[in-house]
Ligand binder design. Structure first.
Ligand SMILES: [Mg+2]
Length: 217
């Protein structure tokens, strides 16, 4: 069995980095923490969309090294290793940012970040570089997920699962760390809830591990 995982905001977390970058640029004295809140606050300003895209280009580019490994990801991948489950990372990531690029190769920045976090170490997460796929479009991403025969796919963006071509045989897991309100609204005891026939919504990687492998001690 193979499990596919998105990269940005699913494996690599940018909440702290976005807040730091916004404060460094003097956009806020104290920036909202959380990508969505920060984006929404910026978009209310003149040229806010452009400002937001510039911040993204920096976060995914030159400052990628300051992104954080999402809590529980490493344990989940190790659980896959112990269970003989193959792991692929499938990311919609162009080589260069479309806006205000400083020329950084975004794919190389992500690969270097993974290397720095032990993704390719024999004593670490034991991925091969071939297990990492960067695609130019969302359509190409879901085609890759289908081609790899991923039985599960974990992503922070619900739109990926709705993209035409997303394979019906892949179980969709929405990684939604800020989704507490939704979980509370749906009355889910464990924070994960099926919001459609084939979508699991999880706030933490431990919950995802529980769904895939059963409860861990
Ligand atoms: Mg993502």
């Amino acid at each position: 069995m193979r499990i596919g995982i998105d990269f940005d905001n699913t494996i690599a977390g940018y909440d702290g980095l976005f807040a730091t970058l916004a404060e460094e640029r003097g956009l806020f004295q104290q920036a909202p923490v959380g990508k969505r809140d920060l984006r929404d606050a910026l978009r209310q300003r003149p040229e806010g969309e452009l400002t937001w895209r510039r911040l993204q280009a920096e976060a995914y580019g030159g400052r990628m090294g300051d992104a954080e490994l999402q809590d529980g990801v490493a344990q989940f991948i190790q659980l896959c290793r112990q269970s003989g489950v193959a792991v692929s990372i499938v990311s919609h990531k162009t080589r260069h940012a479309n806006f205000a690029s400083d020329g950084t190769d975004l794919r190389r920045a992500a690969t270097n970040w993974m290397a720095a976090h032990g993704f390719f170490d024999a004593t670490g997460l034991q991925l091969n570089r071939d297990d990492v796929h960067f695609e130019d479009t969302r359509a190409a991403k879901v085609a890759k997920i289908a081609q790899l025969n991923c039985r599960w796919f974990i992503d922070d963006l619900e739109e990926v699962f709705a993209e035409p071509g997303f394979p019906s045989f892949a179980r969709a897991v929405l990684y939604d760390p800020h989704g507490a309100d939704i979980a509370a609204r749906d009355g889910a005891r464990d924070g994960a809830t099926a919001s459609s026939d084939n979508l699991l919504r999880c706030r933490h990687w431990d919950e995802i591990g529980g769904h895939v492998f059963g409860p861990q001690q």
